[in-house]
Design a protein around this ligand. Structure first.
Ligand code: SF4
Length: 382
């Protein structure tokens, strides 16, 4: 490992080096060059490779969605059964020193800021426990002076007796810090690259530690090296060409699986939607294309978890569980303290699926699936 001038730890071997083997423009052209013959060839295979994945996310695959759905449904049921793992996000702070141009929490937005104390976190989880959740995802803005590894350790130890699984979606940490939060009780870390386009990334993240593309990109490597059991990756679909970013996400997944085979992986597919008066996606992905993408990931990797949050509508989420999604949140609040007391001025983004926990679980059951609250007890692995 080597230290950069800015004191961020850089890894000698990481996906950053792998990424540099590929040109963004050439990869994009190769997706759009795929033909229906390529798609048919991919669909005839039992196990597809990255060239087949390109074909399945290309425009040429659009007439083949029905066939993809049959295969994706079969593969998902074979590995996961007819189950949906349930989790709930708990936003512990909306302080942030980054300036992501697409996010309502960014440091230039004059919004109410709040960081929860351990006592306030306990008030929040009283509500979540009553709703039946056993898997908690702790989420925070990125303000490392206020919300650092020491703060997360304290919060994790506070919630640990109450949940079977605790995951983290906060700023990238160093290897030693991941070991500390892992020892405190975290089993999974989610960190999204937003875009794999190194040239345009700084324009979307002009300020703060997140400006450093490489440090963020190497985060899943650091998590795996630190022994975190599961790592979640993904791109913010719509920032750049969604097909190209998804191809790099797939390459990232395959690299991680090959390099750190003991670690489990999860893919998330958050998408930017066009909204008047807010950040406009460069390349919005529509519902049909989202379906195509979920199925392509399932065909590429029958083992990977695919997670879909309440950013998506109830209609879309009910359909998505049949084609490859395995993990869902319900009744989410993106506001620190929002479960015990609601204050919409603190919200990061408004959710699309506003159903209650009962309504979501009833919908899952009516589709013939079983909601799973506690998949496994992470403490057994410690
Ligand atoms: S996306 Fe995350 S890091 Fe960026 S401004 Fe929003 S909360 Fe901060």
């Amino acid at each position: 490992m080597e230290k950069e001038e800015n004191n961020y730890m850089e890894l000698e071997n990481s996906f950053y080096h792998e990424l540099h083997k590929y040109s963004w423009d050439e990869e994009e052209s190769s997706i759009f060059a795929k033909t229906q013959q390529d798609v048919k060839r991919a669909l005839a295979k039992e196990r597809i490779d990255i060239e087949d994945f390109k074909a399945l996310i290309s425009p040429a695959a659009e007439p083949y969605l029905d066939l993809m759905a049959i295969k994706a449904n079969r593969l998902t049921k074979r590995r996961f059964g007819k189950t949906i793992q349930m989790y709930v996000p708990l936003y512990v702070s909306n302080y942030c020193t980054n300036y992501c141009v697409y996010c309502g929490f960014n440091c230039h937005n004059q919004i109410l800021r709040k960081k929860l104390t351990p006592e306030q976190v306990l008030e929040e989880i009283e509500v979540l426990k009553k709703w039946g959740f056993r898997h908690l995802l702790l989420v925070s803005g990125e303000a490392e002076k206020l919300t650092n590894a020491t703060y997360y350790e304290e919060i994790i130890r506070t919630v640990r007796p109450h949940f079977a699984q605790i995951s983290l979606e906060v700023q990238p940490l160093d290897i030693e810090e991941y070991k500390r939060v892992g020892d405190a009780g975290v089993s999974a870390v989610y960190v999204y690259q937003e875009t794999y386009n190194e040239n345009t990334y700084p324009g979307f993240h002009p300020k703060g530690k997140k400006h450093n593309f490489r440090y963020r990109l190497e985060t899943p490597d650091r998590c795996a090296i630190a022994g975190i059991t599961k790592v979640g990756i993904g791109a913010l679909l719509g920032l750049q060409n969604w097909r190209t970013d998804s191809l790099f996400t797939a390459r990232h997944l395959l690299y991680l699986e090959k390099t750190y085979w003991q670690t489990r992986y999860s893919i998330s597919l958050p998408r930017l939607r066009p909204h008047v008066g807010s950040f406009m996606p460069h390349d919005p992905i529509n519902d049909h294309q989202m379906v195509q993408l979920i199925m392509a990931f399932r065909l590429l990797d029958p083992e990977v978890e695919i997670s879909l949050s309440t950013r998506e509508s109830s209609l879309f989420r009910d359909m998505a569980m049949r084609i490859g999604v395995t993990t869902m949140s319900a009744a989410s609040s993106t506001e620190p303290g929002g479960y015990a007391t609601h204050n919409e001025e603190l919200e990061q983004f408004s959710i699309n699926d506003g159903r209650s926990v009962e309504e979501v679980t009833a919908a899952i059951k009516s589709c013939g699936y079983q909601p799973v609250w506690k998949d496994w007890d992470s403490w057994l692995q410690k």
